[in-house]
Design a protein around this ligand. Structure first.
Ligand code: UQ1
Length: 462
């Protein structure tokens, strides 16, 4: 969720009549000044819903619409809370960084993606109160529930890297990031503008969305400069531009199979590897990295930064969170380890897998199936295996479709299919996967996934 303006449509939706179920919970949840003579502001209005979904992103919309499509819920028995005016197809932002797509083509009005049978609160959440089965909105209203689904995503914390917010906001600074709606459109012009010097692409310590994206944008920039005659992969020092990948991690990727292939590509293409380098400060044309206790300063002519990210404070500060601030859930069932009527998936959850939209295609049907069982008084029975995917763009026209489950074990949808020369191995970048990433996934996302009819590798559903 990101704070933004409230749309006219959403306002209209927000002022629609209260749901039937509200009446029952309304009275106990009202905490207004009792018999007070002063004109106290009217806050603490309350309503309730059978299911409250905090977050209208990839997870929130898939799950809400999958629930609705079961036909088991009356209008407004399910509520979605999200303050955003716009909904972005974030997996497409790497392609915006590579100059292949326009950010506006990946954006929809949030309200336009929400079925009118869902109650939409276009509001931020200020507090989760799982002890009293309620959620408090930023305007003070309280929303009660039978079941709560916490899927707000995670927050991009630009200010955790000193000087970064200022550098990103300065149109003349060659510092950009694909990780934000307001910054993604600066990336490709910055790449195009560079004619010589040192380019550095960073990846931070800590949990981020899609751990492959920091290098996808680098591979496309490399290809762009190579085609422009500015980069020579076989003798980088003889070209006008030099490239370094500075990552806080010890390797190119978290899954050994794909990491080994990406390390080969890095060496073949003459990219300098700065491992265990965590960017802590941007100061003019200097990037400062922490390497253990050491500080290392490098000059740059272009810097692509991946900011640090973390849980929203209303999640971190609530009883549903684990020590790191993520919603503590059973890694198979997606049910909260602390409250049986609380569930989570996607970026905000503690599910120990890579945070991607592909992961949500597999998590959503498990969460929905287990929650429906719970409504019938049964224990959860469906299990998520950690499936996630990272379509790694390695050059224009080629994608390595990394797909894996818990513990980094490959789980390839197309692996082993017969192809010319043997069996298909998804560790090899292919043109067909590039078209899946660039054309099919954005299409299926808006036409099926957010509507609740797409389960990723398991195909169309519901
Ligand atoms: C997927 O379903 C999906 O969602 C639309 C993606 O986009 C973010 C993906 O990257 C992947 C890999 C999937 C999984 C689907 C198949 C057919 C592999």
């Amino acid at each position: 969720m990101s704070s933004s303006l409230i749309t006219k449509t959403a306002l209209t939706a927000a002022t629609r009549a209260a749901p039937r179920a509200a009446a029952a919970l309304a009275v106990p949840l009202l905490r207004r000044g009792f018999a007070s003579v002063s004109a106290a502001p009217v806050t603490g209005t309350s309503r309730s819903h059978r299911i409250v979904v905090v977050g209208g992103g990839a997870a929130g919309l898939s799950i809400s619409h999958q629930l609705l499509r079961t036909g088991k819920f009356s209008p407004e028995e399910i509520a979605v809370i999200d303050p955003a005016q716009y909904h972005h197809y974030q997996p497409g932002w790497t392609l915006v960084g590579g100059g292949l797509k326009d950010a506006l083509s990946l954006r929809r009005d949030e309200a336009s993606l929400i079925d009118p049978k869902l109650k939409f609160y276009n509001q931020a959440v200020s507090q989760l109160s799982p002890e009293t089965d309620s959620v408090t909105l930023a305007n003070g209203d309280k929303i009660g529930y039978e079941h709560l689904i916490v899927v707000p995503g995670i927050e991009i914390t630009y200010d955790k890297i000193k000087g970064l917010p200022e550098a990103l906001a300065d149109p003349s600074a060659p510092v950009s990031t694909i990780y934000g709606a307001h910054t993604v459109s600066k990336v490709f012009p910055t790449i195009e503008k560079l004619k010589r010097g040192q380019a550095i692409f960073t990846q931070p310590a800590g949990v981020i969305k899609c751990a492959g994206a920091p290098q996808k944008v680098m591979w496309m920039a490399l290809d762009h400069w190579k085609r422009a005659g500015l980069y020579n992969p076989s003798a980088p020092e003889s070209g006008a531009i030099q490239i370094a990948f500075a990552t806080a991690l010890p390797a190119m990727f978290g899954v050994p199979k794909y990491s080994a292939r990406l390390e080969e590509l890095r060496k073949e293409r003459g990219v300098e590897g700065l491992f265990a380098h965590d960017l802590v400060e941007v100061n003019g044309n200097k990037a400062v990295f922490a390497k253990g206790a050491e500080k290392i300063t490098r000059e740059f002519d272009l810097l692509h930064v991946v900011p640090k990210m973390g849980p929203y404070s209303f999640v971190k500060n609530s009883a549903v969170a684990d020590a790191a601030g993520f919603v503590d859930v059973n890694q198979a069932t997606t049910q909260s380890t602390k409250f049986k009527n609380v569930w989570s998936a996607g970026d905000a959850s503690s599910l120990p897998t890579s945070k991607t939209a592909a992961a949500i295609t597999s998590q959503a049907p498990v969460l929905v199936g287990n929650l429906l069982r719970s409504l019938e008084g049964k224990e959860p029975a469906l299990e998520y295996d950690g499936y996630t995917s990272c379509p790694l763009v390695t050059e224009y026209g080629k994608v390595m479709l990394a797909e894996f489950k818990y513990a980094g074990v490959p789980k390839e949808t197309f692996g082993g299919l017969p192809v010319v020369g043997g069996a298909l191995d998804q560790g090899t970048p292919r043109r067909a996967f590039y078209h899946l990433k660039k054309d099919f996934f954005p299409w299926v996302y808006f036409n099926a996934m957010v509507k609740g009819t797409w389960a990723g590798p398991n195909g169309w559903k519901f």
